[in-house]
Design a binder for this molecule. Sequence first.
Ligand SMILES: [Zn+2]
Length: 164
Amino acid sequence: MFNRRYIFPLVIALVLLTLPGCAKRHHDRDLRGARANFEPTLKEVAMAYTETCVGGDRESNNCAHFLSDAFIRAGYTELLDSELITERCTCGAGRVVRAQEMLKWFQSKSKRFHSGRLEAGTGYWATYQEKPGRRHVTILDANTGRFYGTADCKNWPVQWNYQW
Ligand SMILES: [Zn+2]
């Protein structure tokens, strides 16, 4: 039987036991994006695609701008200070604006490469497309044929696809 005078210390002890657990979970969530080896899936990046920049601006060509926004939203904060990126959007959100620089970053991440159109059922890919004078990046889902980006330039001669 608990004596009434033990109840208050018991409640305090329970509160103290509970607090660090909550704090730790919160802390871990904050660290997820900052951890160097945190690798969201390309599907998670596709789900984070909003066809906007978090800063609200638009560029003359938004393919890399909006796609890098999705990568960073999904957790690839390394894109914010990658040495491969030399040009960024003007709103201060630090999104990538050149498709060719996204290509270099895809290549730095790549574990699987496929040139040409994708075979059905091979999942999500980070894709670079090019024709003379034009460059484009998007995410393709070879399972559904859907794309996550401003376009899927399927008839352009260069189709380079990366997975990791
Ligand atoms: Zn922006």
